[in-house]
Design a protein around this ligand. Structure first.
Ligand SMILES: [Zn+2]
Length: 76
């Protein structure tokens, strides 16, 4: 069985708080802001919208992106 490949956002969401605690003041405010943006990218934290097919009624949820230029999901 294939396991999904984690991306940067997955790693930040899982270990970001611990890393920031350990790194302390060596992380700049800008670096912390980018980490938070990537963690929230394409999650309910940034809101989103629901699309529905006119034919079959199938719906899907699209979450908004962070649009940070450092985010690999947005600006790759
Ligand atoms: Zn993003």
């Amino acid at each position: 069985m294939d396991r999904p490949t984690p991306n940067v956002a997955d790693v930040f969401r899982r270990y970001g708080d611990t890393y920031r605690d350990q790194a302390g003041a060596s992380l700049s405010t800008a670096q912390q802001r980018v980490m938070r943006a990537i963690e929230r990218c394409r999650t309910a934290a940034l809101g989103g919208h629901v699309e529905q097919c006119d034919g079959c009624g199938h719906t899907r949820v699209w979450y908004n992106s962070c649009r940070d230029r450092h985010c690999p999901q947005c600006q790759s």
